[in-house]
Design a protein around this ligand. Structure first.
Ligand code: MG
Length: 379
């Protein structure tokens, strides 16, 4: 893992979270424009790499890490600035380098108005395949800008009731019992916990949580179980422990085994790794009970909104999740939360160098800021 300082040094940049005074991004892209340049009739797009520091080493079935690379973006138009973000946990295959290369191709000056959201995002999508987090960073900044120009938050533009936001879960990574218990105590403001499983100590993990709290739990296996009979036995046991749903229990490639498991499971089985974009619905229909929508997987708020509607049409449960992200991307996702069954919007709480203020959790429930756009301000 390249440290943030080392990355910035490699790129010839000064360290620092706020402002966009940097000029170069390695050899792959140029940061264009300056902040507060005054009124402009064209959209000025810029981006900057940043590295999030995790409060705790985060362990999933796929491995451990203590940092997450992100790209912070801005679109400026007529004295308003929209903020966006790409979060790039390594297992998704994007990085500062790939995002910098992709974003260096984005030229929004060719569009006469930021309100041409469909045209702009279709253009961005067609610049290169994949790069969904990088695409999301443009989508989020554009939505933030348009909401600010309309002086309305996106939940209101979409006609959603901010009182109908769900409780959000707080994630407990795989760890030793003492650490798990400590994390459960830290999570006291939350009404539901998301416990990571899949590294062979599943019962110990759940028993550690249960020694501290009776709150409902959801579990995320991150594809960690490979035997469907063992998986079904475990789900029956988990149900007795107060677990409410099971996320991505088996590898996404084990389609028939997962369909069998879902059919027999007493708990809903939610797809995460198995569904990234709209094109993946064919992989989950008849195989899972629901989907986990994330802006970084699908390319942003517009794609996520479309996916939620599609999931409902197919009778699927929906949760909205996030990566480790600043409050920028998490608050953007939260705008959609009145539409979903479950929210897992704690990514900003897992880091100690957030550069935005936005979503709040009140009494365990997502609380949307009463601010235009995606609802964030820089700290
Ligand atoms: Mg997951």
């Amino acid at each position: 893992m390249v440290t943030r300082r080392k990355f910035l040094t490699n790129c010839g940049m000064a360290a620092g979270a706020a402002g966009f005074s940097y000029v170069k991004l390695g050899n792959s892209g140029i940061l264009r424009g300056n902040i507060n340049t005054g009124k402009s009739a064209v959209m000025d797009f810029r981006y900057k790499p940043y590295e999030l520091h995790l409060k705790h080493v985060f362990t999933l079935a796929s491995g451990s890490r203590s940092t997450t690379p992100v790209m912070l973006t801005e679109i400026e138009f007529e004295n308003s600035i929209g903020y966006g973000e790409a979060s790039m946990p390594p297992y998704l295959g994007e990085s500062h380098e790939t995002a910098g290369l992709f974003l260096s191709k984005v030229d929004l000056k060719k569009f006469s108005s930021p309100f041409l959201i469909q045209d702009i995002l279709t253009y961005v999508d067609q610049l290169a395949p994949g790069n969904y987090a990088a695409k999301a960073s443009v989508d989020i900044a554009l939505h933030d800008l348009v909401g600010k120009l309309m002086n309305q938050p996106w939940y209101r533009i979409w006609g959603l009731n901010p009182d109908k936001t769900p409780n959000t879960s707080f994630t407990i990574g795989i760890d030793k019992p003492e650490i798990v218990k400590e994390k459960v105590r830290e999570a006291s403001p939350y009404r539901i916990l998301k416990v990571k499983l899949g590294q062979g100590n599943d019962k110990e993990m759940i028993q550690s949580v249960r020694s501290e709290t009776n709150k409902p739990i959801c579990v995320d296996i991150n594809q960690g179980w490979t035997d469907r009979n063992m998986a079904l036995d475990m789900i029956h046991w988990l149900k007795e422990q107060g677990v409410v749903f099971v996320e991505q229990p088996m590898p996404k490639t084990l389609v028939d085994d997962t369909a069998w498991l879902t059919q027999n499971s007493p708990l809903p089985v939610i797809a995460d790794e198995a569904i990234q974009t709209i094109a993946d619905f064919k992989n989950v229909q008849g195989v899972y009970s629901g989907i986990n929508v994330k802006l970084m997987k699908c390319g942003g708020m517009l794609a996520a909104y479309t996916m939620i509607g599609m999931a409902r049409a197919l009778g699927l449960k929906v949760m909205i999740g996030c990566m480790t992200e600043t409050s920028c991307a998490v608050t953007a996702a939260a705008q959609l939360s009145p539409l979903v069954d479950w929210a897992d919007l704690d990514g900003n709480l897992l880091i100690d160098n957030d550069v935005f203020d936005g979503i709040k959790i009140r009494d365990g429930k997502v609380s949307l800021p009463d601010r235009p756009g995606i609802g964030v301000v820089k700290r």
